[in-house]
Design a protein around this ligand. Structure first.
Ligand code: KMH
Ligand code: ZN
Length: 276
């Protein structure tokens, strides 16, 4: 398999974006699955999944996750990566629920960070419980790094036996209160990635596309979608996360990084495949 393949993750829902921000945000399990399939058709191989309740509010409810995952699996073969970040203020127990459904992947934030005027709180004991539970359910963590200390947090989990290498990181740059989206910051993080581990990059708002392009250039992978940015260009809302995926695939192809299929991404990420 060619090693220049690019894993594109589509973060299609998120927890903070609302229908007031964009009318194109998918909310119900059916809408989410439709958007996941459109992103897959365009070249995404991983869906970073959040779900919403009937009122459109973020929830980590196991049953809603189960429905969304079932709908996605009916329509497409994409890798499902369930969020355990959920929304600010949720309890660790609430956040961990989707892991018990055995998705192929789940997100794992390895530290606490200011998040705008709020705090995305992750107690070391809870992080260990999340990592341990993912191990028990055979779920591959994607380590979400919002600030530099989270890198050390992840490596410490390896030392303590809660995580096994190779790891997979997502550098989320540009959250107000977290590490700003700059080339220098991305390079700093990339240099700390252990040999054999993989990484992807997400940029918030206007930094999404430049960070993605830089990630492609540096040999990493890229995450796009409404969770991080709802605009196609300044003042122009994207019609869906699929449109952002579509553009990234075109750019990446020109840069010699064709999009990986879900099965190719499974191989690159060391997933057993199939189940979740
Ligand atoms: N909604 C953010 C507070 C994750 O999915 O793991 C956290 C988040 C990270 O979205
Ligand atoms: Zn998320």
């Amino acid at each position: 398999m060619s090693t220049n393949l690019l894993i594109i993750t589509a973060a299609i829902v998120g927890a903070e974006v609302t229908r007031k921000d964009t009318p194109y945000l998918p909310l119900t399990p059916g809408e989410i699955a439709g958007e996941a399939a459109r992103c897959r058709e365009r070249g995404a191989s991983v869906i970073h999944l959040h779900v919403r309740d009937r009122e459109g509010r973020p929830t980590q409810d196991r049953e809603i996750f189960r429905q969304a995952m079932e709908e996605i699996k009916k329509r497409t073969d994409v890798i499902i990566q369930a969020s355990t970040g959920g929304a600010l203020g949720m309890t660790p127990e609430e956040r961990l629920q989707p892991v018990t459904l055995g998705p192929e992947m789940a997100s794992l934030t390895t530290g606490t960070v200011n998040f705008g005027r709020d705090v995305f709180y992750n107690h070391p004991g809870d992080i260990e419980t999340f990592a341990k539970t993912m191990g028990e359910y055979g779920v591959k963590p994607e380590i979400e790094v919002f600030e530099a200390g989270m890198m050390a947090g992840a490596l410490d989990l390896v030392k303590k036996g809660f995580l096994k290498e190779p790891l997979h990181f997502n550098f989320v740059l540009g959250v107000p209160g977290g590490l700003p989206a700059s080339a220098k910051n991305l390079l700093f993080l990339v240099e700390a990635v252990p040999p054999g581990s993989t990484w992807t990059v997400s940029g918030i708002g206007r930094s999404q596309l430049p960070m993605n392009v830089l990630g492609i250039l540096l040999g990493g992978h890229a995450r796009t979608g409404f969770e991080d940015n709802i605009y196609y260009e300044r003042g122009v809302p994207a019609l869906g996360s699929w449109q952002l995926v579509d553009r990234l695939v075109r750019i990446a192809r020109e840069m010699g990084r064709p999009a990986a299929s879900p099965d190719e991404a499974r191989e690159l990420l060391g997933l057993k495949g199939g189940s979740g």
